[in-house]
Ligand binder design. Structure first.
Ligand SMILES: NC(=O)c1ccc[n+]([C@@H]2O[C@H](COP(=O)([O-])OP(=O)(O)OC[C@H]3O[C@@H](n4cnc5c(N)ncnc54)[C@H](O)[C@@H]3O)[C@@H](O)[C@H]2O)c1
Length: 263
């Protein structure tokens, strides 16, 4: 794969980039020339991603922050603008589900419902809310949100997660309409089955994990699970000027899972 500086000169914030999909996005953005702000509540993970980027010759700034804490969000966005003077790209990637898959209307209590809705929906609002005023001031920007195919085709045991991500789906489109006049594009990515630490831990949690994995794999037309890099290539395109006429869209990256219904 050759790299051609498609994000040269851009400042990009990627949340939840201490591992998994976010790390893949941060690494690819940096390879394409962006200076990447690696935000994660896991400080060691953020540093590790930044080290990987720097060792590969890129520029990265690790920041430990909890994107559900408005004061911490305000502080880190201020820190980025103080250092670089602007934010060209924001990728809201923080999110997650229950490894135990007990996220049902019966099993969830109010606290668990609120936790999953915040993690998967409010997180995106809070960071976008802080970054957008700077993008308006500088005359534009690109925002990408990591959603999931569960926003439109869901699974048992993911009630609050799926509801929150469906919210993130429409938040993406509504925000695209609101911000178009400021030259800010807002798009989303709906990944399918992507091998990440969270995904691996979830499958390992099920009795008979190998059998379940094999049956899921059989429903993926392209015949393999996805990688963080598969998602990152779509994020790169949406964040780049090549997608200059694309806004309010959610692009599915799932190896074809949602193209059909299988016996
Ligand atoms: N892996 C998949 O198959 C898959 C499929 C569809 C959608 N997604 C979505 O992709 C995103 C990333 O998933 P992943 O599988 O890479 O997860 P992951 O758990 O492996 O990585 C998530 C990262 O986000 C960080 N994080 C969590 N809460 C945070 C917070 N409040 N503040 C700051 N950082 C926080 C974690 O420390 C971790 O480093 C999520 O939004 C998830 O819903 C994943």
């Amino acid at each position: 794969m050759s790299f051609s500086g498609r994000l040269n000169g851009k400042i990009a914030i990627v949340t939840g980039s201490g591992q998994g999909i976010g790390r893949g996005i941060a690494q690819l953005f940096a390879k394409e020339g962006a200076k990447v702000v690696v935000v994660d509540m896991n400080e060691a993970g953020a540093k590790e991603t930044a080290d990987l980027i720097q060792k590969a010759g890129g520029e990265a700034m690790p920041i430990r922050a909890n994107v559900l804490n408005p004061a911490e969000v305000k502080a880190f966005v201020g820190q980025v603008v103080a250092k670089y003077g602007r934010v060209n790209i924001l990728h809201n990637n923080v999110g997650g589900w229950q490894k135990e898959a007990h996220d049902t209307v019966v099993d969830d209590d109010e606290k668990e419902w609120d936790r999953l809705i915040s993690l998967n929906l409010k997180s995106t609002f809070l960071v976008t809310h802080e970054v957008v005023p700077y993008m308006i001031k500088q005359g534009g920007g690109a925002i990408v949100n990591t959603i999931t195919i569960n926003a439109f085709l869901t699974q048992p045991g993911t009630a609050a997660y799926s509801a929150a991500k469906a919210g993130a789906f429409q938040f993406t489109r509504a925000t695209a309409l609101d911000l178009a006049k400021h030259n800010i594009r807002v798009n989303g990515i709906a990944p399918g089955e992507i091998e990440t630490p969270l995904w691996i831990a979830t499958y390992n949690n099920f009795p008979g994990a190998d059998k379940i994995k094999a049956s899921v794999l059989a429903r993926i037309p392209l015949g393999r699970f996805g990688t963080p890099e598969d998602v990152a290539f779509t994020a790169l395109w949406l964040a780049s000027d090549e997608a200059r006429y694309i806004t309010g869209q959610i692009i599915t990256v799932d190896g074809g899972i949602t193209a059909g219904v299988y016996p």
